[in-house]
Design a protein around this ligand. Structure first.
Ligand SMILES: Cc1cc2nc3c(=O)[nH]c(=O)nc-3n(C[C@H](O)[C@H](O)[C@H](O)COP(=O)(O)OP(=O)(O)OC[C@H]3O[C@@H](n4cnc5c(N)ncnc54)[C@H](O)[C@@H]3O)c2cc1C
Length: 295
């Protein structure tokens, strides 16, 4: 591998703490940390790295990395894979493009539909994996095709029909990860699109604890109900574990007040789950992905 990834390549680092790469600001070191500058470089990295464990991250806004970190390679697309282009009526975004940038780009190019992504603090790759959504829309509604890569570095073009798409889920029968997506969008008015983006952001400012370290909604909404409503009705707003606390503003958010460890957050997730089940009979399942080793 060293022939393909020289030590001097600043896109590869060893023992980098992942706390700086997640919005919860927690997470131990990855053995190897790679920000792929291009899809071709990523393909070369994967074919050299072979069968060792991989952790894919965008902006880490839906991921809890445990305090012991990750034994393998963390592939972080945010800050790499950032191409964003318009060809004809197709917008192509690489996996590391921030959703807010994609939303503004489309509105400014005169296309409608993706404004709802503006307030979701993730990347295109993370949003495809999670089928991110807000305000009644989900990202896969607008996807014409995606490019994926497998662990040998082979790139393929796939369509929506190749995935099982559901609420906060996009499953494939293969082991593959997203490197880009192409969107075909209805024509729209730029001013109206930018106004919708401002409106989405204003709603979030009113309803979510915006200036805090969190990972958005911790639990999936159970059928016909809202996790936040159940947590609030169980009286759990303000429940605390070390430096982690259930947001007094939005009960489905857990905030790192600054000193929380990943273990604090994971413990609080377990306590909320148990108490909600005890008081309402409903078992909430986490939306956030919990990865890595305990300290
Ligand atoms: C304040 C706040 C508000 C939020 N609001 C919303 C909301 O309204 N709606 C919503 O749906 N989500 C919301 N989220 C959650 C989160 O932003 C989304 O799930 C987002 O799409 C995750 O993107 P990411 O790049 O940060 O993913 P990450 O957290 O980095 O990764 C999430 C998952 O995707 C996988 N993944 C990452 N990149 C790739 C790739 N290239 N290929 C394959 N798998 C990959 C990871 O392994 C992980 O399993 C919110 C989060 C925060 C902090």
């Amino acid at each position: 591998m060293s022939a393909l990834i020289p030590e001097a390549d600043t896109t590869v680092r060893y023992g980098e703490r992942l706390a700086g790469r997640t919005t919860w600001r927690v997470g131990g070191p990855a053995d190897l940390f790679y920000v792929p500058p291009t899809i071709a470089a990523l393909a070369a990295f994967l074919s050299a790295y072979r069968d060792r464990p991989l952790l894919w991250l965008g902006l880490g806004s839906n991921t809890l990395v445990r305090d012991g970190g990750f034994r393998g390679a963390a592939i972080v697309t945010a800050g790499g894979l950032g191409d964003l282009t318009l060809a004809g009526a197709t917008v192509r975004a690489e996996a590391g493009v921030p959703l807010a940038k994609l939303a503004r780009f489309c509105a400014q190019a005169g296309y409608a539909g993706l404004e709802f992504l503006a307030g979701i603090p993730g990347t295109v790759g993370g949003a495809l994996a999670m089928n991110a959504g807000a305000g009644g829309h989900e990202i896969w509604e607008y996807v014409a095709a995606v490019e994926t890569i497998d662990r040998h570095g082979r790139v393929d073009t796939r369509t929506r029909a190749d995935f099982e798409i559901a609420y906060r889920r996009a499953a494939s029968s293969r082991e593959e990860w997203f490197v880009s997506a192409s969107f075909v969008l209805p024509a729209g008015d730029t001013e109206a699109g930018m106004a919708r983006i401002r409106e989405h952001l204003a709603i979030r400012n009113r309803t979510q604890p915006m200036q805090t370290a969190n990972a958005g909604s911790v639990f999936r909404n159970p059928p016909g109900d809202h996790a936040g409503r159940l947590i609030e009705s169980a009286g759990l707003k303000g429940l605390r574990e070390g430096g982690a606390v259930v947001s007094p503003r939005h009960a489905n958010f857990i905030i790192n007040e600054g000193t929380a460890s990943a273990a604090d957050i994971e413990c609080l997730i377990g306590r909320v789950q148990a108490l909600v089940q005890q008081r309402t009979g409903i078992l909430l399942s986490p939306e956030v992905k919990i990865v890595g080793d305990a300290a």
